[in-house]
Design a protein around this ligand. Sequence first.
Ligand SMILES: Nc1ncnc2c1ncn2[C@@H]1O[C@H](COP(=O)(O)OP(=O)(O)OP(=O)(O)O)[C@@H](O)[C@H]1O
Length: 338
Amino acid sequence: MTGRHAAPSAPEAPPPPPEKEPTMTTTGPTLTALEERARARPAPVGEGALVACEQLVRIYQSEGVEVQALQGLDLAVATGELVAVVGASGSGKSTLLAILSGLDVPTAGRVRVGPWDLMTMTPRERVAYRRSMVGFVWQQTARNLVPYLSAQENVALPMALAGVPRRERRTRTAELLDVLGVGYCAGRRPHETSGGEQQRVAIAVALANRPRLLLADEPTGELDTATSADVLGAVRAVNAELGTTVVVVTHDSAVSEHVSRTVAIRDGRTSTEVLRRTTTHDDGSEHVVAEEYAVLDRAGRVQLPREYRDTLDLVGRVRLTLEDSHVAVRRGTTEGHR
Ligand SMILES: Nc1ncnc2c1ncn2[C@@H]1O[C@H](COP(=O)(O)OP(=O)(O)OP(=O)(O)O)[C@@H](O)[C@H]1O
């Protein structure tokens, strides 16, 4: 695997000087000029994507202390993508998933999943959203399933709540358990199955009402390596075969190394992304190439990796210069910043 930080490409020429504020007098810009200017503005984050988070902020109040779990997070996930979200403990991963699942509401920012605006949904819409648009798998195997119901009863339950006819429930339950490789567990209750089987049944439950988005918070966190690989295989099969978009939070490098895109969150913001693609060499052998990118937000902010800052002792003010093909960041004066 290779890894490098690709700096965002610099513009060819310095930006034109700012224009005057538009006014609607006869001496101001023409309507056409105003329309062109509006079109030239950067598109909102995730325009056209299934999931679009823009400048998401979530502040918790805990015993009089403010905790900023998300601090202006931007994230776009395209339809059909399988994205892993990684980050240190406390970086805001679970908070993001709770918001996307409709369980929690951000303090500020914008978040949209498909046609749903998660900031402005009414309680009734929130129930409909949770029932039809998203499926959720938790880390704790016991939290995903009703203990006294068999696997097939667990999968059929969300469909019954959504009013799906009995015959359709039966067919879809059998199909889902088969796709997830746990058809043989249909009549067993959770305690009669292994941790990995329970998580695969849990994925079937999450997919029962055909959600467009599957969210999984550390789904392999309680499993051993071999069982984790099975569950990961099931998640990938769901993405590839059913076309469900998946966002999976993980500490597990086996998960993040097997998806085409890994988003790293640091201090409540998206800091870097790793994109992986398979290339074929002249001899026909295939290799996965991984490239790490820093994420530039709409306001032009970028987070420098800690090892770069430490190596070059970058603190406080830095010098930015526009070179032919890149932007250079150099140590600036440290006066008044230590
Ligand atoms: N309900 C809450 N009340 C107060 N603070 C909270 C609450 N939920 C989360 N936090 C705080 O918000 C921050 C982000 O938490 P979050 O659970 O999203 O992190 P995480 O990246 O999922 O961590 P982990 O990998 O340990 O699960 C942490 O500092 C956490 O203590």
